[in-house]
Design a binder for this molecule. Structure first.
Ligand SMILES: *[C@@H]1O[C@H](CO)[C@@H](O)[C@H](O)[C@H]1NC(C)=O
Ligand SMILES: *[C@@H]1O[C@H](CO)[C@@H](O)[C@H](O)[C@H]1NC(C)=O
Ligand SMILES: *[C@@H]1O[C@H](CO)[C@@H](O)[C@H](O)[C@H]1NC(C)=O
Ligand SMILES: *[C@@H]1O[C@H](CO)[C@@H](O)[C@H](O)[C@H]1NC(C)=O
Length: 455
């Protein structure tokens, strides 16, 4: 009952969260359009780096490459995405690229089939788990100057023709207001900071995983509450553990960077003092350091309970497991913020006390998807439960898990299995949204919440 109450509270909080907050954005885009306005501060060297850790919902070709072009099957799936076209990572990169003048780098370590915990029973050991994905990113960071990671891919040109599909399809209701919109997060670094060289570079870290930890339970295991609870507990622990390691590592990077910059700022005379290799104590805080903002964003679990792939018999149990996990994840962010002095969360940044450069937030993808599913007509989707890729003999196999079924579907689906108008559907196969759904329900609300202009 307590859980139900909290869910209701969450639902009412969501209802408030979808109220429009787009007015200030229009102002920004107006100044962007006037080319003179943008050039007054000199050439801005803003860079955006998007680092993604996740599963098939975010994979932009890693599993496809690892399986040498077999999964997901290129007959039905677009360029190694588990979707009909560009997925939310591609869309977000494209938004970052057109909405501002930043140069955008994507480091995507998401693999289809990946779990939050290593060694989840019934999953492949060869697919990097969340922790291994983080290790791949950290290894890249320590080999400075190394060639870009194999996971780094962003070619804006290849996407543009595909993106024309979306012209005229926008997620606006009859009053013209955007649907499923989250209020923008307060910016930890206000633009008044532009005195210090105007470095508004940022690194965005998105962690979006955990679905396969639940979906690799066999249909029969869902009847054992202890097994389900263990899966939820393990998964939330594994996610928080990786966030902790990531933030520890970012903090260490920042301290090293700060030490280097302070060393360079020292007048030569001071360097005689062997006890003070850097600044005298007290000066450290007065030096304005430039460097990227690091924004860590945990996406909660998507509403798996609504996926056509989930058998009706276990649907309520999946819903409860997802809700329990999402409440636990949200609760664990507060202590993490405190440990690293990060801003974010309800109330926004606390600039006086917190590190302005580091934030930790939760993106409620569960809420935005839920909203999109309840406004299918306004989004231009035919039906919230129909899906486009059907491989009947594989989908109907009993006695395995949802994840196993979908792995088979994505391996064997061919052109013949694809419906004629994928973009009429919210779902592409019975677990993964179409490219358009990933744009309207994943990427655009997220970009707005980040405070990015949609271009
Ligand atoms: C981006 O910046 C470059 C030089 O810094 C400038 O030439 C170009 O016009 C800018 N583009 C936009 C869209 O502001
Ligand atoms: C693809 O995988 C191979 C190893 O299997 C790796 O060497 C290569 O860099 C990968 N390429 C991309 C684009 O991920
Ligand atoms: C949870 O983790 C424990 C310890 O690693 C493991 O023995 C157990 O199998 C896991 N349970 C599930 C359902 O993943
Ligand atoms: C949506 O599609 C499903 C499956 O084809 C069907 O059972 C259902 O009646 C449809 N709902 C609406 C509102 O058309």
């Amino acid at each position: 009952m307590a859980l139900l109450l909290r869910l209701l509270l969450l639902a009412s909080a969501l209802a408030i969260a979808v109220l429009p907050a787009a007015l200030s954005r229009n102002l920004h885009s107006a100044t962007q359009d006037g080319s003179a306005a943008g050039s007054t501060a000199g050439p801005s060297s803003a860079t955006k780096t998007i680092v993604v850790l996740g599963d098939s919902l975010s994979d932009t070709g890693n599993l496809f490459n690892q399986t040498r072009g077999v999964v997901p099957n290129p007959g039905a799936y677009w360029r190694g995405r588990f979707s009909s076209g560009p997925n939310w990572v591609d869309h977000l990169a494209q938004i970052a690229n057109t909405g501002s003048n930043a140069s955008v780098t994507v480091l995507n370590y998401a693999y289809g089939g990946a779990t939050a915990c290593a060694n989840v029973p019934g999953t492949s050991r060869t697919i990097p788990s969340l922790s291994e994905q983080l290790n791949m990113f950290l290894a890249r960071e320590t080999t400075e100057g190394a060639s870009p990671s194999a996971a780094a891919t962003f070619a804006a040109s290849t996407r543009t023709s595909r993106l024309k599909l979306y012209k005229g399809r926008s997620a606006a209701d009859s009053d013209g207001g955007p649907l499923c919109q989250m209020p923008a997060w307060p910016q930890a670094k206000p633009s008044a900071d532009s005195d210090d060289g105007g470095d508004d570079s940022e690194r965005l870290f998105v962690v979006f995983v955990g679905h396969n930890d639940l979906l690799s339970l066999h249909d029969s295991e869902w009847n054992d509450p202890r097994v389900v609870q263990a899966a939820v507990t393990n998964m939330t622990y594994c996610i928080v553990d990786v966030l902790d390691r990531l933030m520890a590592s970012l903090t260490q990077q920042r301290q090293q960077q700060k030490a280097r910059q302070q060393y360079q700022l020292l007048p030569d005379a001071d360097s005689d003092d062997p006890s003070s290799p850097f600044l005298a104590a007290g000066d450290a805080d007065t030096v304005t350091l430039t460097g990227p903002r690091d924004r860590v964003v945990l996406w909660n679990l998507a509403p798996l309970e609504t996926a056509p792939a989930v058998p009706d018999a276990i649907r309520p149990k999946v819903a409860t497991a997802v809700a329990t996990a999402n409440l636990a994840l949200e609760a664990m962010l507060t202590p993490l913020r405190a440990r690293y002095g990060a801003s974010g969360g309800p109330g926004g940044p606390n600039a006086g006390r917190d590190n302005g450069w580091l934030s930790l937030d939760l993106y409620d993808i569960h809420g935005t998807c839920f909203c999109a599913q309840h406004h299918t007509a306004k989004y231009g989707f035919r039906n919230a439960s129909q899906y486009c890729v059907h491989v009947d003999r594989v989908e109907d196999v009993d006695g395995i898990s949802v994840a196993a079924r979908l792995t088979r579907v994505s391996a064997v689906a061919q052109r013949d299995n694809v419906c004629s108008r994928p973009e009429d559907c919210l779902w592409y196969d019975s677990l993964h949204p179409t490219s358009l759904a990933q744009r309207l329900a994943f990427a655009e609300p997220f970009a707005r919440q980040l405070g990015w202009q949609l271009g």
